[in-house]
Design a protein around this ligand. Structure first.
Ligand code: TMP
Length: 216
């Protein structure tokens, strides 16, 4: 029986989602809740090896089909090895990116047909949908400013130009518009603390409907 709660954090590179995921995890842990923080691509030995392949800037010759299959391969392993077991144990799983990234990056960014993506993604996830998804939306120029201010080498995906990231941003907005009951879009330009409060409030409102709200 599925007892836990699965929440995902999404947005273009540089949107601030990882910081927000960490802040939410700390707050929930402070309340004594069982929280698992994980990420995609990644979250286990095999998915982290696939992540290294995907993000290595030396792999610039990687074709879109190979890229898509690698993201989905990493997800298939991650879901079965880590997410399903944590859900069964009743944990709150906070995942930094999940399927919405595939729709935004591979679907809108790389222009892989969405109907194909849906089917392949369902196969990879075993039909697991998040219970709640946050998308942090901000202009691409702001996201680029943030990326260049952090002194970290640019990975293979980040090396794409502004047109690619504009399509990705539109992709995220489009999936959010199509799934309003599950996906909340937030203004990523808001101050960090303001955003963290909003995220926490929405999370608690959703958790209240679940069994694990009362169990710590
Ligand atoms: P991260 O740096 O936020 O961990 O994400 C790694 C990169 O992989 C980021 O540029 C988004 C990209 N990505 C996809 O293109 N498709 C996917 O399905 C996922 C999960 C990530």
């Amino acid at each position: 029986m599925r007892r836990g709660f699965f929440v995902t954090f999404e947005g273009v590179d540089g949107c601030g989602k990882s910081t927000q995921a960490e802040l939410l995890a700390n707050r929930l842990r402070g309340e004594g809740r069982s929280v698992v923080v994980t990420r995609e691509p990644g979250g286990g030995t095999i998915p982290e090896k696939i992540r290294a392949l995907l993000l290595d800037p030396c792999n610039s010759e990687m074709v879109n089909e190979c890229e898509l299959l690698l993201y989905l391969a990493a997800r298939a392993q991650h879901v079965r090895e880590k997410i399903f077991p944590a859900l069964e144990e009743g944990a709150i799983i906070i995942c930094d990116r999940f399927q919405e990234a595939t729709f935004a990056y591979q679907g809108f960014g790389r222009k892989v047909p969405i109907a194909i993506l849906r089917q392949m993604n369902s196969f990879a996830t075993g039909d697991l949908d998040p219970d709640l998804t946050f998308i942090f939306d901000l202009p691409i120029e702001r996201a680029f400013e943030r990326l260049t201010s952090v002194k970290k080498p640019i990975d293979r995906l980040e090396a794409n130009g502004p047109d690619f990231f504009k399509r990705v941003r539109n992709g995220y907005r489009s999936v959010a518009g199509a799934t309003p009951h599950r996906i909340t879009i937030l203004d990523g330009t808001l101050p960090l603390e303001v955003l963290a409060e909003k995220v926490y409030a929405i999370m608690i409102e959703k958790l209240k409907d679940t069994l694990i709200f009362k169990i710590k």
